[in-house]
Design a protein. Structure first.
Length: 545
């Protein structure tokens, strides 16, 4: 055994590049806690070490008379004025998450109730089913946000307090907000600017002045002229949001009026305080469509898009946009949706091995960027392959195959076992990544990873937790410790970054044994993915010396 390191001593053990890393980035899940069994799902997240769960609150699911064009007579800022039953799924989701020690990020989003639509909705029958939010009333959205924020302020009917908020979801995606563009104006960004201002007022007025507030939640790609229901490229959306041209000069004169922008820095900042005072900006840097099978350091997307390897461009764009109005704000970037669709079950996904590998690689790249504040896993469980018309149920990026998956599920690739964990589950629980897997004898390799469940175990047991970096020589299945990582802090970073000398060619892995006391604290937990008597292990990595 080569030594023991605590989290408190971790900085001295980091590789040189780690001095610039976001060592405390939040581990997040996005999972359907609303329609699923929230208690069981939240428990699984907890035992995997998830720190925060994102819960999207759909406006039309909560609002009264959502399908009517006539606005009902009610106080939209008062959560008690909404149908009580409509809150039930959200209440249960928030309570399940918080009771399991998870933090909550609430995202008040569309679809929008019909009575909050603006004028001029297209009559084209092929478009109407795709319009989730047509020119939504920004003031009404602000009232809805205030109602949600009041309900989860910690002072309402015994419900938990939520401390983190994300203003809307994928406003640059046409089905979530339309029209996206009219002529040269990215109208969705103009509308979003007004929605952000009103949501900010609602959060400030409901006791959340000091909470974490995220702007953006942008889809990763778009088109130059998205029209009614296309997608606006994220960097183009940012420029329109901040009323600047492609060179990041503020719009002036008639151009400013065309884009609904004030012409002075003082007026712009007074009218849009959230654009300069929010906590962070969020993005969904998925590798979709023609990027899906690429590794996380590569992309085929355009220059104004914002996939994972393009996040530095998003950071620079935001810096330039706020600087144009006299602000030195440097927004952290939150990744609030991310994942790799796997094959199986989707025929167009990456292999199960690559899903696990790419997740670890992507998290390492995120950790190396000091501006990236979170790493997200979307989803825990694949969507039901029997629902909807999307191939094999849709976004099959989960860590667990859906229980409804069968060998004959329509549109699905063979090989998946319903309810079984994918290799990505162990990879997410115990991330392990080596930037290089080949070295000369006697020369150290960088070994990066995270024992994600350790935080909860320290909190529950008040005992230190130990992760084991293990090695098996080539041709052997017997793993022995190279070194260990010890965790004492219940709220510290899970990450480690070591320079280790590997004795010979062979295989590395990370192992962690859940404490018996942790497993017995809540006997109703669903523990089918945890080894109760031995170690849980990461994916194995072959090393050549």
């Amino acid at each position: 055994m080569l030594g023991v390191a605590t989290l408190l001593a971790l900085p001295s053990l980091l590789a040189p590049s780690a001095a610039f890393a976001s060592g405390n980035q939040v581990s997040m899940f996005d999972e359907d806690l609303i329609t699923s069994t929230p208690g069981t799902i939240a428990q699984e997240m907890r035992h995997l070490g998830g720190g925060m769960v994102r819960i999207v609150v759909h406006w039309s699911d909560i609002a009264p008379s959502s399908s009517s064009s006539n606005r009902p007579n009610f106080n939209a800022s008062d959560p008690g004025a909404y149908p009580a039953a409509n809150w039930g799924p959200i209440d249960r989701a928030v309570q399940a998450a918080t009771s399991n020690g998870l933090k909550v990020l609430l995202t008040p989003a569309g679809h929008v109730p019909q009575w909050a639509f603006g004028p001029g909705e297209p009559s084209d029958p092929s478009l109407r089913p795709l319009l989730g939010a047509w020119k939504p009333n920004a003031s009404e959205y602000g009232k809805f946000v205030r109602a949600v924020a009041t309900r989860y302020s910690g002072h309402y009917r015994g419900l938990p307090r939520v401390h983190a908020w994300e203003i809307y979801n994928e406003a640059n995606f046409g089905e979530d907000l339309s029209p996206q563009s009219v002529g040269s104006v990215y109208t969705a960004a103009v509308m979003y600017r007004g929605m952000v201002a009103n949501a900010w007022t609602g959060l400030q007025a409901s006791g959340h002045r000091h909470d974490t507030v995220l702007l953006g939640a942008l889809a990763a790609r778009g088109q130059p002229r998205p029209g009614v229901i296309g997608d606006t490229a994220p960097l183009a959306f940012v420029r329109e949001l901040y009323c600047v041209d492609r060179n990041y000069h503020p719009f002036r004169g008639g151009t400013a009026r065309q884009h609904s922008c004030p012409t002075s820095a003082g007026a712009f900042r007074r009218q849009n305080p959230a654009l300069f005072n929010a906590s962070a900006f969020s993005d969904h840097p998925y590798p979709l469509t023609n990027d899906q099978t690429l590794p996380p350091n590569r992309t085929r997307y355009g220059s104004d898009d914002a996939t994972l390897p393009q996040l530095p461009k998003l950071e620079r764009s935001l810096d330039q946009a706020v600087r144009a109005w006299g602000s030195g704000k440097r927004y952290p970037i939150w990744n609030t949706e991310y994942g790799y669709i796997s094959n199986p079950p989707r025929v167009d996904g990456v292999s199960l091995a690559n899903q696990a590998y790419y997740l670890n690689w992507a998290e390492y790249l995120s950790w190396k960027d000091p501006r990236v504040a979170s790493f997200m896993q979307f989803l825990l469980v694949d969507p039901d392959p029997t629902h909807g018309v999307v191939r094999c149920g849709g976004f099959a990026s989960g860590l667990i195959f859906n229980p409804a998956l069968t060998p004959t599920s329509p549109g699905c690739a063979p090989g998946g076992v319903g309810g079984a964990p994918k290799p990505a589950l162990d990879a997410w629980r115990l991330p392990l990544y080596l930037p290089s897997t080949s070295t000369r004898r006697g020369k150290a390799l960088e070994v990066w990873g995270c024992v994600r469940p350790a935080e909860y175990a320290v909190r529950d047991t008040r005992n230190a937790q130990v992760g084991h970096i293990q090695f098996a020589a080539k041709g052997s299945s017997q793993y022995k410790d190279l070194t260990t990582v010890t965790y004492h802090n219940a709220s510290g970073s899970c990450y480690f970054d070591r320079k280790l000398t590997i004795p010979s060619s062979g295989t590395l892995r990370l192992a962690y044994t859940y404490p018996v006391t942790d497993l017995s604290l809540k006997p109703t937990l669903s523990l089918q993915y945890i080894n109760p008597v031995g170690p849980s292990v990461s994916r194995s990595i072959s090393v050549t010396v």
